[in-house]
Write a protein that binds this ligand. Structure first.
Ligand SMILES: [Zn+2]
Length: 403
C-alpha cells in the first residue's frame, strides 16, 4: 500500500518517491509510487493535481483492490525515481473548503441538532445536506455566525490515527462508515470526526465560511457554501456587480434593490399605457381601413399590406375588422428586405367564404405555408416574400367566388 505523506504533512508539496508500478488506467499512462503526497479522490474531497518529473498528474485515484494510490499522467514516465510536486493552490483551496465543511456541519449539530447526511465538494462550489427541512434563513444565518466564531477563534485542527481500544470512547459527530484503522480530525472542544482528508492546521486558515444558498429537498436542506479564497472571489464579484449597478443608476449601493423594484413598477405601468395606446391606434387603423374597403356585395373587402406590421398587429386588426358584419379582411405584413412575410385572412360570421382556401393560394405565391378555418386563417413566407402579389391572387380568387 502506498505511504500517504499528506496524513501527517498536509502542507508538504515537494517530495521524492520511487516508482513501484507502471500501468495503464482507462487507456492513460499511470504510476504507483512507494509514497505520495497526492490526495486521491475520496471522502467527498477531489484529488490533487501536480507533476512527477515535470509530467502532469491529471487525476489521482485509490485502487479498490489494494488501496494503492494511482497517479494518472498525461504522458508516460520512464524514471524509477521521481521528483514530485503537488499543485498547492488547488490543494489549499480544497483544504479550506473541507475544513470549513467540518466546522459548518458541527455548527449545524450544535445550533439546530441537524446532521450532515451528504457532502459534495466541486471545483467551484460545495454543499452539505442537512437532515432537517425547512430551515429558515435566520436559522442558517445563526449557524453561519457560530461557524465563523470558531474560525475567528483560530482553534487547532488536529488529525491522528487512534488505537483500536480508544475508538469506543470517541464522541464522533457521525458513526464510522467502514472498518480498519480510524483517523480522526479534531477541533478540540467543538468537533471530532473520522476523516481521511486533508485539512488546514487551524480554523483561522479557513478564512471565512459563507452560506450562499439553501434549498429544501424533501426532508432535507441542501446548503451551498464557500470558504476562504472562494468566499473572497464571490464577494469581489458580487461587490463589483452591485457597485456597477449603483454607478450606472446613480444610487447608493444599498438602494439598488429598491431601485429595481421601482423600475419594475414603472415598467408595468408603461406597458399598460402602451397597450392602451396601441389598442386605440389599432381601433383607428381598423376604422380607416374599413372605410377604404372595396364594396363587393354581399361583402366589404379590406385588402391591406402593412410592411412594418407584426403578425400580432395583423391578428388584432383582423379581429376588429370582422367584428363588423359583412366584412372580409385580407391582411399582409413584412415581406420587404430581410423581413419574413405574414398573412392573416378573416371574415365576419355572417359570410360564407373559406379563408383557409384563400390563404393557401396566397401562400403558394410566396413559397410559404399556412392554413386555418373557414372564418380565420394565417400563414406566411420567407424573407422578402412577395406578399403584395399573394394578396392580389387571394383577392382575385375572392372576386371570382363572388361573381
Ligand atoms: Zn475531513
Amino acid at each position: 500500500m502506498t505511504g500517504r505523506l499528506y496524513y501527517d504533512e498536509p502542507h508538504l508539496t515537494r517530495f521524492s518517491a520511487r516508482v513501484v508500478e507502471q500501468l495503464e488506467w482507462d487507456g492513460q499512462p499511470a504510476v504507483v509510487l512507494d509514497r505520495t503526497a497526492f490526495y486521491p479522490t475520496g471522502g467527498g474531497q477531489p484529488h490533487d493535481t501536480g507533476s512527477l518529473d515535470g509530467v502532469q498528474v491529471q487525476e489521482v485515484v485509490e485502487r479498490a483492490e489494494d488501496g494503492a494510490v494511482v497517479h494518472i499522467l498525461t504522458a508516460p514516465l520512464e524514471a524509477e525515481q521521481v521528483e514530485a510536486e503537488v499543485d498547492w493552490q488547488r490543494r489549499f483551496d480544497l483544504m479550506q473548503q473541507h475544513t470549513g465543511q467540518h466546522i459548518l456541519s458541527a455548527a449545524s449539530v450544535a445550533h439546530l441538532g441537524a446532521n450532515t447526511v451528504g457532502f459534495h465538494l466541486a471545483d467551484d462550489y460545495a454543499t452539505i445536506d442537512l437532515d432537517q427541512a425547512p430551515l429558515t434563513a435566520a436559522a442558517l444565518a445563526e449557524v453561519e455566525a457560530l461557524a465563523n466564531d470558531v474560525v475567528f477563534e483560530d482553534r487547532p485542527v488536529v488529525a491522528r490515527f487512534v488505537p483500536d481500544e480508544e475508538v469506543p470512547s470517541l464522541a464522533l459527530r457521525k458513526p464510522l462508515a467502514h472498518e480498519g484503522p480510524v483517523r480522526i480530525v479534531e477541533i478540540p472542544g467543538f468537533d471530532t470526526s473520522a476523516c481521511g482528508g486533508t485539512h488546514v492546521g487551524s480554523t483561522g486558515a479557513v478564512g471565512l465560511i459563507k452560506i450562499t444558498r439553501s434549498e429544501r429537498r424533501g426532508d432535507e436542506t441542501r446548503v451551498e457554501f464557500l470558504c476562504g479564497r472562494r468566499a473572497l472571489y464571490d464577494y469581489q464579484a458580487k461587490n463589483t456587480l452591485l457597485m456597477d449597478l449603483a454607478r450606472e443608476y446613480t444610487v447608493a449601493h444599498w438602494q439598488v434593490g429598491e431601485m429595481v423594484h421601482r423600475l419594475a413598477d414603472e415598467l408595468k405601468e408603461v406597458r399598460r399605457a402602451l397597450r392602451v395606446t396601441r389598442d386605440a391606434l389599432l381601433d383607428a387603423q381598423a376604422s380607416a381601413l374599413w372605410h377604404e374597403a372595396v364594396l363587393m356585395e354581399p361583402a366589404r373587402v379590406v385588402r391591406a399590406h402593412l410592411p412594418e406590421g407584426s403578425p400580432e398587429d395583423l391578428k388584432h386588426l383582423a379581429q376588429r375588422l370582422v367584428s363588423r358584419p359583412g366584412t372580409v379582411a385580407l391582411l399582409a405584413a413584412g415581406g420587404t428586405g430581410e423581413e419574413k412575410g405574414y398573412f392573416v385572412f378573416a371574415r365576419s360570421d355572417d359570410l360564407r367564404f373559406h379563408m383557409g382556401n384563400l390563404l393557401r393560394q396566397a401562400c403558394e405565391v410566396v413559397g410559404g405555408g399556412g392554413g386555418g378555418r373557414p372564418e380565420f386563417a394565417q400563414g406566411g413566407g420567407p424573407a422578402g416574400a412577395p406578399v403584395a402579389e399573394g394578396l392580389d391572387v387571394a383577392f382575385q380568387a375572392l372576386v371570382e367566388s363572388i361573381s
